[in-house]
Design a protein around this ligand. Structure first.
Ligand code: FMN
Length: 199
C-alpha cells in the first residue's frame, strides 16, 4: 500500500469522525433506453461512410476474394491495417490459413466489381473472371485499383459475428482516381465541393 493510501485509511479509523458521505446515485440515462437490437445497430452502422475495398487471398483451390467496407488504418510504425470479416467467409479462412492477404481500395468506376465480389451466388472463379490479376507475395492482386497493399496476417480475433483481422503492410501501391464509397447500403462517390455563392 502506498503512503498516501495508508494516510486516508488511518483518518477514517479515527473515533468520532463523521460517517463518510455516500456518493449521489449514478445517473446512467442509457440504462433507461430500451436495449438496442441488432436491427437498430445495423441502422446505425448503415450511416457510417466508408471506402469500398476487395480483400483477396490464396485458397487451397485458387484465388478467393470478397468486398469489404470495414477496413481502416491502424498504425504507421509498424504499418498495420485492420479489416472486419464475417464469420464463415471463405476469404477469411484463407486469410487466417495462409497468413497473407491483399486489400484493394476501389475506384468509383469499380462498382460492378464490388457487387461481383460481394454476391453470395458467384463462385470464386466468377468473381475474378475478366479482371487482370498478378501474384504479389503469393496473393492475387487485381489491376486497376485506386491503391492496394499486401499484408502479412498479424492477428485474427473473433468479436461477435465478425473477425478482426490485423495485417502488417508488406507491399503498397498507390495509384490515381477517386474512391468508391458505401453509405446507407448504397454505392456513392465524392462530389465536387460546391463553390461559395458570390456576395
Ligand atoms: C459494399 C459492401 C461492403 C461489404 N463489407 C463487408 C465487410 O466489411 N465485412 C464482411 O465480412 N462482409 C462485407 N460485405 C459482404 C461480403 O462481401 C459477402 O458476404 C461476400 O459474399 C463474402 O464472400 P466469401 O464468403 O466468399 O469470403 C460487404 C458487401 C458489400 C456489397
Amino acid at each position: 500500500m502506498s503512503a498516501r493510501l495508508r494516510l486516508v485509511a488511518d483518518r477514517a479509523a479515527v473515533a468520532g469522525a463523521p460517517p463518510p458521505v455516500a456518493d449521489p446515485p449514478h445517473e446512467e440515462p442509457l440504462h433507461e433506453e430500451p436495449g438496442p437490437g441488432a436491427a437498430r445497430c445495423l441502422g446505425l452502422y448503415a450511416k457510417l461512410t466508408a471506402g469500398v475495398t476487395v480483400v483477396t487471398a490464396r485458397g487451397a483451390d485458387g484465388p478467393l476474394g470478397m468486398t469489404v467496407s470495414a477496413v481502416t488504418s491502424l498504425s504507421a510504425r509498424p504499418p498495420l491495417l485492420l479489416a472486419c470479416l464475417r464469420d464463415g467467409s471463405r476469404t477469411l479462412a484463407a486469410v487466417r490459413g495462409r497468413r497473407v492477404f491483399a486489400v484493394h481500395l476501389l475506384r468509383e468506376e469499380q462498382q460492378e466489381l464490388a457487387g461481383r465480389f460481394a454476391s453470395p451466388t458467384t463462385t470464386a472463379a466468377e468473381r475474378f473472371a475478366g479482371t487482370d490479376t498478378r501474384q504479389v507475395l503469393g496473393v492475387p492482386v487485381l489491376a486497376g485499383a485506386l491503391a492496394w497493399s499486401v499484408c502479412l496476417t498479424e492477428d485474427v480475433r473473433r468479436y461477435g459475428d465478425h473477425h478482426l483481422v490485423v495485417g502488417r503492410v508488406a507491399a503498397v501501391h498507390v495509384g490515381g482516381g477517386r474512391p468508391l464509397l458505401w453509405h446507407d447500403r448504397r454505392f456513392g462517390a465524392l462530389t465536387e465541393p460546391v463553390p461559395d455563392a458570390a456576395g
